[in-house]
Design a protein around this ligand. Structure first.
Ligand code: PGA
Length: 229
């Protein structure tokens, strides 16, 4: 199982160090990815199983791209993992499918591990499974699904940060549909917590989880890792 924590715009650099060090001492085996704020990217003391990624980056080495970071800045901290297409980047920061695709292609060429997020809103979900699958596959159009360093995170927007996770049977149905289209590792995200991780991890096609709110409490994130198996 992959356990990925998207810390979003939370924690100071000092606290992020403490968090990563403690997490690293608690978990030695599982595949854990932490996406801290850009200001907390650093060279961390941590075990080999724990990896650090950036929540966003721009398709450049460096240059005049105010507010963005490029490869030169990522390289300084040995970052080779990126989160792309998170619904907050799409909806709040207005990143288009086109821009996300450009970023994907740029960082793919450089061999980055890419966590690529997809997920429908409530309107699409209410149209049923076929429409939901079509919508999610649409977000992957133009993305090389055979790219060996690609991990896809299915995160229904209506389940993100709401405390209401998608029902296990719904995730199962969508995962079955998606896994017919690609063999890429597939994560679920959207209100994952210690009280639902056991049920979610019973989904046979689930390769891991991407966690927001629940990862902000170290003991809760740790519990999720222990219970998820
Ligand atoms: P959540 O966020 O766990 O708070 O729902 C998930 C995410 O945005 O990746």
């Amino acid at each position: 199982m992959i356990y990925a924590a998207n810390l979003k715009t939370n924690f100071t650099r000092t606290y992020t160090h403490k968090y990563i060090e403690e997490l690293s001492s608690l978990h030695k085996k599982e595949d854990i990815y932490i996406f801290p704020t850009q200001s907390s990217l650093d060279n961390y003391k941590k075990g080999a199983n724990l990896k650090i990624g950036a929540q966003n980056a721009y398709m450049c080495e460096n240059g005049a791209f105010t507010g963005e970071i490029g490869v030169e800045q990522l390289d300084e901290f040995g970052i080779t993992t990126l989160l792309l297409g998170h619904s907050e980047r799409r909806n709040i920061l207005k990143e288009s499918d086109e821009l996300i695709k450009e970023k994907f292609n740029y960082f793919k060429k450089l061999g980055y591990k890419i966590f690529f997020c997809i997920g429908e809103n409530l309107d699409v979900k209410n149209k049923g499974l076929n429409e939901t699958l079509k919508y999610n596959m649409g977000q992957l159009s133009g993305i090389d699904l055979d790219y060996k360093n690609l991990i896809i995170a299915y995160e229904p927007i209506w389940a993100i940060g709401t405390g209401v996770s998608a029902k296990t049977e719904d995730v199962d149905a969508i995962f079955n549909g998606l896994k017919k289209e690609f063999k890429t590792p597939l994560l679920y995200g959207g209100s994952v917590k210690s009280s639902n991780i056991k049920e979610l991890s019973s989904i046979t096609t689930l390769d891991g989880v991407l966690i927001g709110s629940a990862a902000l409490k170290l003991d809760e994130f740790s519990k999720i890792i222990n219970l998820g198996g």
